[in-house]
Design a protein around this ligand. Sequence first.
Ligand SMILES: [Zn+2]
Length: 185
Amino acid sequence: MTGHPSIDLVNTEVMRRGNRHNLLATKDDLRRWIETSIETGGVHPESLPEGCDTGEALRDLLVLRELLRRGFERFADGREPEAGWKDELEAQVARAPFAYRVSGAILVPVPQGPPADALVSLVAVDALRLLAEGKLKTLRRCANPDCVLLFMDASGRRKWCSMKVCGNRTKVARHYARKEKAGRA
Ligand SMILES: [Zn+2]
């Protein structure tokens, strides 16, 4: 989890044994995803209304995930998003516009609307903020061709979604390829 719910949402699709696998398939998955988003600072608990872990919220969130992926992958490929992509995101935020609440030293945005709309608005506004700040241009695809995860990298040097997972796997594969070659020689 990156602390950015829009990127974390797109990354709930992963590759497993060559197939795309959905980590947000059930309401329990959604509940866990929301909890982790709160723990990693992506979402403030007071931003979320009661009851945003419904089947309706899950369905709407998966539609948003498709929209986000369309734009994010273009940024990761060094392109601009399609015309209208930003407008579509803005429309998702408009489903539940924000009021604000002070919680301790934090100004907390509170989307106003039914729970499913509120959840979608919170994630969509995160993407709009990254867009406005120019940070979507730092999106990269993992260098492992069997991995669909995206990450932000301002340095331009990072290659893998995670050194532990894909970086290591690639290193190990190279190690064995070298060994095999040496064995044959
Ligand atoms: Zn990866």
